[in-house]
Design a protein around this ligand. Structure first.
Ligand code: IPD
Ligand code: CA
Ligand code: CA
Length: 260
């Protein structure tokens, strides 16, 4: 069964990637969703349609959660969690940091995950218990133990209530510590770049399950640690995401929570 699941996952990922690449820096329709600059393009819908078609063709009774199509719930322990383009704002501006991200859950366990950026020819893949890969190369998180030398990445929600501390304040604390913090604009790629050791840590508020499902498994299988901001075990439905190489996890938790 796992071989068949893997085959279908990889087919859907590659076909979606080909669609993204075909339109990249070309012309396509861009619409606004809720909030300013929360974009969706016709390519998001095209990519999503093809992924769902492929899954449906082979596993018509599986459940699906997909960013644009919503929840297609069936009575099955298998659940595909899809972001047809993660990094849509980048995509719409011709910035080659965007990807398709697909995770597959069985009950509460993530079994398989892919994150594919066709513009960089980078396909990240993980299978539960079997490691994480970038194309054909096994990957692991960085070995950095010195937090002062860490390179970090984060992202920001499109909207935030006035009532609570804005994530920019947390960002400010990291910057005032003199740490390099990048903002790529694709949470799935941020997670994968922690998994392959380019970054030592990533945090973000208010992500959705489709942003993180595949990347979560890829980080774990690469030897990383992922929790919420209380340091508790992570679920793809959590609203706080902290993924690190493990060594700097506690340092990051302290700064995020502003406790020494
Ligand atoms: C977004 C990206 C971005 C993150 C946003 C997400 P989208 O997803 O992952 O990095 O900061 O919160 O919504 O809209 O490009 O699929
Ligand atoms: Ca996304
Ligand atoms: Ca998306």
């Amino acid at each position: 069964m796992t071989e068949k699941l893997k085959e279908v996952l990889l087919q859907a990922t590659k076909e979606a990637g080909a669609i993204i690449q075909q339109y990249f820096q070309g012309s396509f329709q861009v619409d606004n969703k809720e909030g300013i600059n929360n974009l969706v393009t016709e390519v998001d819908n095209h990519s999503e349609k093809r992924i769902i078609e492929i899954i449906r063709e082979h596993f018509p009774d599986h459940s699906i959660i997909s960013e644009e199509a919503g929840e297609l719930i069936q009575d099955s322990p298998y659940q595909w969690i899809i972001d047809p383009i993660d990094g849509t704002v980048n995509f719409a501006h011709g910035i080659p940091i965007c990807c398709v991200s697909i995770g597959l859950k069985f009950g509460n366990d993530l079994l398989l995950g892919t994150v594919y950026n066709p513009m960089m020819n980078e396909l990240f893949f993980a299978e539960k218990g079997k490691g994480a890969y970038l194309n054909d190369r096994k990957i692991s998180v960085s070995q950095k133990t010195d937090f002062r030398k860490a390179c970090l990445v984060t992202g920001f929600p499109y909207k935030w209530p006035n009532s609570t501390e804005h994530p920019i304040r947390v960002f400010e604390r990291f910057i005032l510590e003199g740490l390099p913090v990048r903002r790529l604009g694709s949470a799935a790629i941020d997670l994968c770049w922690v998994a392959c050791g380019r970054f030592d840590g990533f945090w973000e508020y208010n992500l959705s399950s489709w942003d993180v499902a595949a990347g979560y498994l890829i980080v774990q299988e690469a030897g990383g640690v992922i929790t919420n901001f209380d340091g508790e075990p992570y679920s793809v439905f959590d609203k706080q995401t902290l993924a690190t190489n493990g060594h700097i996890h506690e340092n990051m938790l302290q700064l995020i929570r502003n406790k020494s």
